[in-house]
Design a protein around this ligand. Structure first.
Ligand SMILES: [Zn+2]
Length: 501
């Protein structure tokens, strides 16, 4: 059985959960659920990043120990997962001592392999990124391009990681594996960073105590980014009591990240793994930013923030899951708004899918007492569904979640047109056409079953309800090909996407 290991970034506990966190997590959940449908051995990791200066500072300001603040805030992220309908296999917290011990073990190896030295670092530092910026990353006015705050000049004695010695290795990686970073635009961005010449980077901080202690120099803690990146690797060693999952799932199949943390995942991370002698992940997929309705970065002061919890409260979790991956092409930037959520909910989920489901079940109930007689499937529909599961799988293999969803949705629309073309309510009036009606109803039931199996990663709850009503609970992707004999009898179905009260 092939394994599929997919991760979200771990979320920094200083922020409250917002749309960006929901977006990445939902996307990864869709990937994980799809690969489970394929019968693969799947592991889906998410969690929280808890060390570093920003947490230490925030805790101090509130009169707390950093661990207390981390405990409180990590809980908000953990609680987010069920609200999003997310099926993560583990939730890692980097303040977990088992993580710390493994970080020490891996980075000690990097040290022993000769990739670490002590030196003096001076540079422009963003305290919110916890990152020193190199020249081409400094925005106008000496500001962080991400946080738009002024950078601070900092000098300190640090342990350094010899990133520069991995110049050739990373060039080769990018030459040999054109899909190491996806989509292409992000690959080019990462490659340009490497081609501009790699400089050694700090591996530790001397002034800080909230972090993983450097084993060969206990007056330092590791730079929070290395501690954080290693979560993808360490988690496998302790996520299951008494079992080490590393051999089963490493290397990761996909790390899914936002473009603001590209450099860490596409340059530092592979170099660090090479330095430790650990195999590299297969793909880093970089998604874009969700913007306000005005196309600008969301901010409270602009009043253009889409609150995921408001969407969930009004339209439900699945509306949010569907909307985010439908309206903004996964991998690109895109604007978002509550109006757009409403339009997708009413126009597509309720009117297209919801109606197709309720009409199909209602007609089978009314015209055939809920039992489907034997009949051939309509060859025109069979032809249009031919190869559909493979098409969807191929898109999902490239994390093209929006294109996969569109491919399936075209069939939802096709089935609705089929209802209009065939007008089963007319056929039902003519006893001589009973065979035609049987064929139409069976084709609709089977088409509906196929699309909802394919849609289940996006709409996990509705799929279960609808498949139950069709009497065919199987979610396996191999069952998503049209097969005339599957649906035998239907039972009543509550509206899948009701009008919000
Ligand atoms: Zn910053």
């Amino acid at each position: 059985m092939s394994s599929f290991y997919v991760t979200t970034p771990i979320y920094y506990v200083n922020a409250a959960p917002h749309l960006g966190h929901a977006y990445t997590t939902i996307a990864v959940d869709v990937m994980a659920r799809h690969h489970r449908q394929r019968g693969e051995d799947v592991f889906f990791l998410t969690g929280t990043d808890e060390h570093g200066e920003p947490v230490a500072d925030a805790a101090k300001a509130q009169g707390l120990e950093p661990k207390e603040l981390a405990d409180r805030n990590a809980e908000r992220f953990r609680a987010l997962m069920p609200r999003l309908g997310v099926s993560n296999d583990y939730f890692i917290r980097t303040s977990d001592p088992r993580h710390g011990a493994k970080v020490q073990e891996v980075l000690q190896r990097v040290h022993d392999n000769g990739h670490v030295y002590k030196g003096l670092y001076e540079g422009w530092y963003c305290p919110r990124c916890a990152d020193f910026k190199v020249e081409n990353e400094i925005a106008e006015g000496n500001r962080c391009p991400i946080h738009e705050i002024e950078l601070v000049r900092q000098q300190e004695e640090n342990w350094f990681f010899r990133l520069s010695t991995f110049q050739k290795d990373l060039e080769r990686l990018y030459a040999d594996q054109p899909d190491f970073v996806m989509p292409r635009e992000r690959f080019n961005e990462a490659k340009a960073f490497i081609d501009s010449g790699l400089q050694d980077i700090s591996l530790s901080r001397g002034r800080l105590t909230w972090g993983v202690v450097v084993p060969w120099d206990p007056t330092h803690v590791f730079y929070v980014w290395f501690d954080a990146l290693l979560n993808y690797y360490t988690a496998l060693s302790f996520a299951r009591d008494g079992e080490d999952l590393t051999d089963r799932f490493w290397p990761a199949t996909f790390h899914v990240i936002g473009k603001d943390i590209l450099k860490f995942h596409t340059v530092f991370w592979p170099a660090m793994l090479l330095a430790a002698g650990i195999p590299l992940p297969e793909h880093v997929f970089v998604h874009g930013f969700l913007l306000g309705a005005d196309g600008r970065k969301m901010s409270k002061s602009l009043g253009n923030v889409l609150d995921p919890f408001e969407v969930i409260d009004r339209y439900g979790t699945e509306a949010l899951r569907y909307y985010l991956l439908r309206d903004v092409t996964f991998g690109a930037d895109g604007s978002t708004s509550f109006d757009a959520v409403r339009a997708r909910y009413e126009g597509e989920l309720a009117n297209e899918l919801g109606n197709l489901a309720s009409r199909t079940i209602a007609m089978i109930t009314r015209y055939r007492d809920g039992a489907l007689p034997e009949a051939e499937l309509d060859p025109s529909i069979v032809a249009e569904f031919d190869g559909l599961p493979d098409q969807v799988s191929a898109l999902m293999d490239r994390a093209e979640l929006t294109q996969a969803l569109e491919t399936i949705w075209q069939r939802v629309r096709r089935l609705n047109r089929y209802v209009e073309e065939q007008a089963p309510w007319q056929l039902a009036k003519d006893d001589a056409r009973a065979g035609d009606l049987d064929r139409v109803l069976r084709t609709l039931a089977e088409g509906l079953r196929a699309v909802i199996v394919l849609l289940s990663p996006w709409l996990p709850e509705s799929s279960v309800k609808l498949l139950d009503a069709l009497g065919t609970p199987d979610l396996a992707l191999s069952g998503a090909a049209l097969d005339g004999g599957r649906v035998q009898r239907v039972s009543p179905l509550e509206p899948l996407f009701p009008k919000p009260s």
